[in-house]
Design a protein around this ligand. Structure first.
Ligand SMILES: NC(=O)c1ccc[n+]([C@@H]2O[C@H](COP(=O)([O-])OP(=O)(O)OC[C@H]3O[C@@H](n4cnc5c(N)ncnc54)[C@H](OP(=O)(O)O)[C@@H]3O)[C@@H](O)[C@H]2O)c1
Length: 165
């Protein structure tokens, strides 16, 4: 099972200046609960925006750089290699961004765990359109903004209608 985890605004915006454009601790907790103890796959830019390996998960980072080394992560040269390594570790694999990697992996993905943030923000990175022809929304839990979480948001699960073989 390959799952994409993403937080996006109402226009599919996911990032600006290599950062997430909002601060939602409840979403970070949700992300941690979903991905802990499983391999996570990300692009080099997302890794650099996080700045360190995420604990209790095998961090697999995709890059074309040949001379790059970082303690605590597995660096691979392609999406295919990333998925191959991750599947050897665990049957549940999580793809955590960013835009470039989401675009290349959406077609390989069985499930989407989306946090829909109820705002429209200036962004330079976007998630591809979630086509209702391909994806079924199977769950949605919404939360209102509070003193720590600056926007209303919904946790949504989408399942691929026609399973991948
Ligand atoms: N809202 C969310 O849920 C969420 C989640 C994650 C990230 N983000 C945001 O997304 C933005 C980053 O996304 P991005 O699209 O700019 O970058 P990205 O997808 O994180 O990383 C792109 C990099 O990955 C490597 N790469 C991509 N495809 C490859 C391939 N086929 N083979 C080998 N290497 C490959 C390249 O690294 P090299 O240049 O090293 O070769 C490329 O520059 C940031 O703003 C971040 O905050 C948001």
């Amino acid at each position: 099972m390959i799952t994409i985890v993403v937080a996006m605004g109402l226009n599919n915006e996911i990032g600006a200046d290599n950062q997430m454009p909002w601060h939602l601790p409840k979403d970070l907790k949700h992300f941690k609960e979903i991905t802990s103890e499983h391999p996570i796959i990300m692009g080099r830019k997302t890794y650099e925006s996080i700045g360190k390996p995420l604990p209790n998960r095998t961090n697999i980072v995709i890059s074309r750089r040949k001379d790059w080394f970082e303690e605590g992560i597995l660096i691979v040269g392609s999406v295919k290699e990333a998925v191959k390594f991750a599947k050897k570790i665990d049957e549940n694999v999580f793809i955590i961004g960013g835009g470039n990697i989401y675009e290349q992996t959406l077609e390989l993905t069985d499930r989407l765990e989306v946090t829909l943030v109820k705002t429209e923000l200036k962004a330079d990175t976007f998630f591809p359109k979630i086509s209702p022809k391909i994806w079924d929304k199977t769950n949605e839990i919404c939360h209102e903004k509070d003193e720590h979480n600056e926007f209303d948001f919904c946790f949504q699960t989408y399942e691929r209608k026609v399973k991948l073989t």
